[in-house]
Design a protein around this ligand. Structure first.
Ligand SMILES: Cc1cc2nc3c(=O)[nH]c(=O)nc-3n(C[C@H](O)[C@H](O)[C@H](O)COP(=O)(O)OP(=O)(O)OC[C@H]3O[C@@H](n4cnc5c(N)ncnc54)[C@H](O)[C@@H]3O)c2cc1C
Length: 472
């Protein structure tokens, strides 16, 4: 790809091409988005008719600045393509900031003793990410904060669990290794079963988004939610209008021409596909209700395995010297999706009492949050084994399935966009966009004014007394 083309934010002269040909009506705030505040954000921006529309010309426009969109932006830009990313809320809102940040290597998907398709697909990811985290490949992710260098894996001891345990050794690049007793974390000491350690790095997703964003600050714009208009999709590219917020709180209209449009907006993809003329959503949503704990907890990342499933997956994030936040996912969060928080918290205490009996919960508080996994639809709503990249003319839809798959998804998008850019380049230059506001990285979902409940009420002397009686 030619590297000499002007990047979108640097262009200065106005292209004389005609504005987008209207084929659609004005868009409305998306009813499918998970962002509660989007309609109110939309109302903040009154259209300023005195401002001249700006021309945005690019090889690719990326919608959505979660890990997928930002990784794609980085990858395409490094390939010499002109790219602009549009974000309708805060970067990573939805899945990325609520995720646990584990760069899985497949052990979790080989627990039934079989090297599943999912395990084969994901087994290279920890190695690939590590090259970036150590600065040996692009994007250079050395500044990204890591929650841990690996995860513990322990099982609750049933016969099925042991079979699954054996399965975890099958053909994986990062197979579990035994942990000597004196290297066990305090909460796993005296644990009756075997404990292993897997070198799957765990990243802080906000830090990851921040590092990727900082490399491409000028190519990322805040758009007004629901403001896409005048969409015209042709085999040689896409034209549309969209409003961008301005520092003064008004909106400026952008006239966009691009060889490709990449939809990397998580749950927002269903609505965006409609706006770009694709009638089938092809998306499934799989909700989780995650539990977050905060207090004097140890830093700890690990999976407790039961049979072929993970009973709980725990990751931790240090807040300050005295406080650590734990995120708890796995089967507990899947069950939690259909429970109310009032029932999920005692169940959480019971589960933790069973799988980590040494854990002291007396001075710990808990809250829950719902996060919806957006994926390509599959028969039976099963989790896809790979990332999905669907190219339909100039519109490319991406669901990575896992954060760990972002580099794979981005490489596939680059292949598709580069092919199109050779055939149908959008000509002309961008107007300057430097004065337009940029989105922030979203805050963690447990920092959104949540109500926290003390877990002391469910424990006796810090131990989960309800669970002790039932733990098997
Ligand atoms: C609770 C939970 C835990 C997880 N843990 C892990 C894990 O440990 N390891 C792992 O590999 N995977 C994990 N995953 C999966 C992983 O988080 C996702 O696969 C990945 O983050 C998806 O990233 P994304 O960028 O595609 O989507 P998102 O992170 O959802 O980002 C979408 C972006 O698009 C923006 N947007 C939405 N609509 C529009 C629009 N109309 N226009 C412009 N922008 C828009 C949003 O504001 C957001 O910035 C987890 C998922 C969940 C829910």
């Amino acid at each position: 790809m030619p590297r000499s083309r002007p990047s979108p934010q640097m262009g200065s002269s106005r292209d004389a091409a005609s504005p987008p040909t209207p084929t659609g009506s004005d868009d409305h705030p998306s009813p499918v988005t998970t962002h509660r505040d989007i309609p109110s954000v939309a109302r903040l921006f009154a259209a300023d008719t005195t401002r001249q529309p700006r021309e945005v010309v690019a090889d690719a426009i990326v919608f959505g600045g979660g890990v997928t969109g930002l990784w794609i932006l980085d990858d395409l830009t490094r390939a010499g393509l002109r790219v602009v990313l549009f974000e309708a809320d805060a970067l990573g809102r939805g899945q990325t900031v609520g995720s646990q940040g584990i760069i899985h290597g497949g052990a979790k998907y080989a627990l039934d003793g079989v090297l599943s398709r999912a395990a084969v697909a994901i087994r290279e990811m920890p190695v690939l990410w590590r090259t970036c985290l150590e600065g040996r490949d692009h994007p250079d992710l050395q500044p990204v904060a890591r929650r841990a260098e690996g995860c513990f894996l322990w099982h609750t001891g049933s016969i099925r669990s042991r079979l699954g345990w054996l399965g975890a050794h099958l053909g994986l690049r990062v197979a579990p290794a035994g942990v000597p007793d004196d290297a066990l974390p305090g909460i796993l000491r005296d644990f009756a079963g075997a404990v292993a350690w897997m070198p799957e790095p765990v990243v802080d997703p906000r830090s990851l988004l921040d590092v990727l964003r900082s490399r491409h600050h000028t190519r990322i714009l805040s758009i007004v939610p629901g403001s896409i208009s005048n969409v015209c999709v042709r085999s040689n590219g896409v034209r549309f209008g969209v409003s961008a917020g301005t520092a003064s709180g008004t909106a400026v209209q952008l006239h966009v021409r691009a060889g490709s449009v990449v939809l990397a907006a998580g749950t927002g993809n269903a609505r965006l596909r409609q706006r770009f003329g694709l009638s089938k959503p092809l998306m499934q949503r799989r909700p989780l209700r995650m539990v977050a704990l905060r207090g004097p907890l140890p830093e700890f990342c690990g999976h407790c395995v039961d049979g072929a499933t993970t009973r709980v997956t725990i990751t931790s994030q240090r807040v300050d010297e005295a406080t650590v936040v734990w995120q708890i996912g796995g089967r507990l969060a899947e069950r939690g999706a259909t429970m109310n928080p009032g029932d999920l918290l005692p169940l959480t205490v019971q589960e933790l009492g069973a799988v980590l009996p040494r854990l002291d919960l007396q001075h710990v508080e808990a809250t829950t949050y719902v996060a919806v996994r957006a994926e390509r639809a599959t028969p039976g709503r099963r989790r896809p084994s790979r990332p999905a990249v669907l190219a339909e003319g100039p519109v490319i839809t991406v669901w990575p399935t896992k954060l760990a798959f972002a580099p794979l998804a981005a490489a596939e998008v680059r292949r598709r966009v580069a092919l199109r850019a050779r055939e149908a380049a959008a000509t002309g230059e961008c107007d300057p966009l430097d004065d337009l506001p940029r989105p922030n990285v979203a805050s963690f979902p447990w920092d959104a004014g949540n109500q926290w409940t003390s877990l002391g009420r469910y424990t006796r002397d810090g131990a989960a007394f309800r669970s002790r009686r039932r733990a098997g």
